[in-house]
Ligand binder design. Structure first.
Ligand code: BDR
Ligand code: CA
Length: 300
């Protein structure tokens, strides 16, 4: 699977990137960064750092630092830590972002690999909407978009209605949902059905001391945040999205046109609608199968 991850790294983003880097069936062609858990420039720093420590030689392209219509947000430091990796302060990466913007890179890589690229946005959708604006063939050139965000039948995680990624840039998501791309949504309906506890991170470190050990070290802050909102452990959001792209057979989906609320109290809420292209919404999963897939990649 030829993959590009659009990301705001971020603790669970780091898990997603680690999984993609270690999996033999994934060819990771690049990372694009966006605001959200951190600023876009901190995200670029983190993405470069992760690719270097994972031994990847791939482009990192920096993208949007603000949403398309809404005013700028403060990064979600209370969830992911001041620099995105819990309490860890990682060293400066050796590499730099490429000169192309995230949207330019996304358009180029899709054009050069027509019908082959799976794009996994695991942050706000701003860069993807920008790419759609930049190249009318962008959505058509992709194989699919499998995104982390939204929730249908479960309450939100930033407001009672909205999940964080869709809340951060609903206007961008609205553009993407109408683009005609082949889209799968991996939202809170499924990502909160797999809750990782501190013991799971300990196990990751036992399986793979270098990469699993890093994930354990950055997880403490994230797990503490989840405790403050009454959860025993953290959701498996971003890594599940990559697994859904690679192993759709582990998920049950519902095909429905989707809308997103653009203003008011329910802003960012995703809902079933009509009159738009259908999206495959993940509604259930093989929890043990998904978890095993992640652990097996770490063990390789
Ligand atoms: C999503 O929001 C971010 O905090 C996480 O990285 C994930 O992409 C979960 O709602
Ligand atoms: Ca994320």
């Amino acid at each position: 699977m030829k993959l590009v991850i659009d990301t705001d790294p971020g603790v669970d983003d780091a898990m997603a990137i680690t999984f993609a880097a270690l999996h033999p069936d994934i060819e990771l062609l690049g990372l694009t960064t966006v605001f959200g858990n951190v600023t876009a420039s901190q995200g670029t720093h983190n993405a470069l750092y992760l690719s270097e420590r994972l031994g990847l030689d791939i482009p990192v392209a920096e993208g949007a630092n603000v949403p398309r219509v809404l005013p700028p947000f403060e990064p979600s430091a209370h969830v992911h830590g001041p620099e995105g990796f819990g309490n860890l302060k990682v060293p400066a990466p050796k590499g730099k972002a490429i000169a192309e913007t995230a949207a330019e890179f996304l358009c180029r890589v899709a054009r050069e690999n027509p019908g082959q690229i799976v794009l996994c946005p695991v942050g706000p959708m701003t860069n993807v909407a920008d790419a759609i604006d930049l190249d009318p063939d962008f959505a058509k050139n992709l194989k699919s978009i499998v995104f982390m965000g939204g929730t249908l039948d479960r309450q939100g995680n930033v407001t009672p209605f909205a999940e964080a990624n869709t809340w951060h840039d609903p206007h961008a998501l609205d553009v993407v949902l109408q683009s005609g791309a082949n889209i799968t949504m991996v939202g809170l309906d499924v990502t909160m059905k797999l809750i990782l506890m501190a013991e799971d991170f300990t196990k990751m470190a036992e399986i793979n001391s270098v990469h699993g050990g890093f994930l354990r070290d950055i997880s403490h802050f994230y797990l503490k945040f989840y405790k403050t909102v009454g959860e025993a452990g953290c959701g498996f959001h971003d890594p599940m999205t990559i697994i859904a792209a690679l192993h759709p057979e582990l998920f049950k989906t519902d095909s429905t046109p989707l809308g997103v609320v653009l203003d008011g109290e329910e802003i960012g809420r995703t809902y079933r609608t009509e009159g738009r292209p259908a999206v495959n919404v993940c509604v259930d999963l093989d929890v043990e199968g998904v978890k095993a897939e992640f652990m097996e990649a770490l063990a390789r």
